[in-house]
Ligand binder design. Structure first.
Ligand SMILES: O=C(O)CCC(=O)C(=O)O
Length: 261
């Protein structure tokens, strides 16, 4: 990555202090255009699924999705946080439609995850402009130093997870992750975060990408449906999905599709 070692050092310092850090202009507009087409294609393919729920179960047989999360610009960022031996654990589009996008209630990601140890980093890729009006991600800086709190079911308001953290959150401390398409926000598995409903006329789409070092064991089914070995040494604690093969007419068509045939 073109980020200098001084800039990398300062970003790691911010991440350690705050539990999050933002990288601007990571992916180019052409690729973001393809990502947009992919989201629309997934929605046509799965009309029964809310667009906030286009999750990792659809990823295994999707060459474009695997190509996207394997992009060197994203892996170079992940490498700063989890080291050189990298696998994908999960990835999920949360596309909040205009006027009716559901909120994500306050939570800590790692409280949901079958990982041992909890060494994992999330890259949240902005597909759209993401603002307070359309329900951008909000984080509580420094809350990554807390242990995991219990979660409780929450169904009073329709929401993406159906759960929330079972302790009070001081919302006055929360910071809005205002992002442009192609920007990436990186966050820690313990940080308290969420997002509000989208009542604006603009869609708010982002892709969560969860990268683990290959030394982190997935303590659930093996191979986990969205586990792909992506860089460095595959290690021996997990089994991984084979790279999907692109079939014209079956899969989303994209620029590099020929190299996935
Ligand atoms: O996209 C959102 O609104 C929430 C994202 C989130 O909870 C996450 O990245 O873990």
């Amino acid at each position: 990555m073109s980020t200098s070692s001084t800039a990398q050092h300062s970003m790691l310092h911010d991440y350690e202090r705050d539990g999050y850090v933002i990288f601007r202009n990571v992916l180019d507009p052409e690729l973001i255009n393809e990502v947009n087409g992919h989201v629309e294609w997934l929605q046509r393919k799965h009309p029964e699924v809310r667009p906030e729920q286009l999750g990792h179960e659809f990823l295994r047989d999707d060459p474009f999705w695997v190509r996207l999360v394997s992009d060197d610009r994203l892996l170079d960022i992940a490498e700063m946080f989890v080291g050189p031996d990298i696998a994908l654990f999960a990835s999920h589009y949360i596309s909040k439609p205009p006027h009716s996008g559901q909120p994500v209630l306050w939570h800590q990601d790692g409280a949901f995850w079958p990982l041992e140890p909890m060494r994992v980093v999330t890259l949240w890729l902005a597909v759209d402009h993401s603002t307070p009006e359309n329900g951008c991600v909000r984080v509580v800086p420094g809350s990554h130093r807390q242990d995991f709190s219990a979660m409780r079911d929450s169904t009073d308001v329709e929401n993406v997870l159906g759960k929330e953290i079972a302790v009070d959150v001081d919302e006055s401390q929360a910071v809005d992750m205002v992002l442009a398409p192609g920007d990436v926000e990186v966050h820690h598995p313990n940080i308290v975060h969420g997002s509000q409903a989208n009542t604006s006329p603009d869609r708010r789409c982002g892709l969560t990408i969860r990268y683990i070092p290959t030394s982190t064991r997935i303590t659930d089914e093996q191979p986990y449906p969205s586990a792909f070995w992506l860089r460095g040494d595959a290690g021996s604690v997990n089994r991984y999905q084979p790279q999907p093969v692109y079939v014209p007419g079956t899969h989303y068509a994209f620029r590099d599709a020929a190299s996935w045939s």
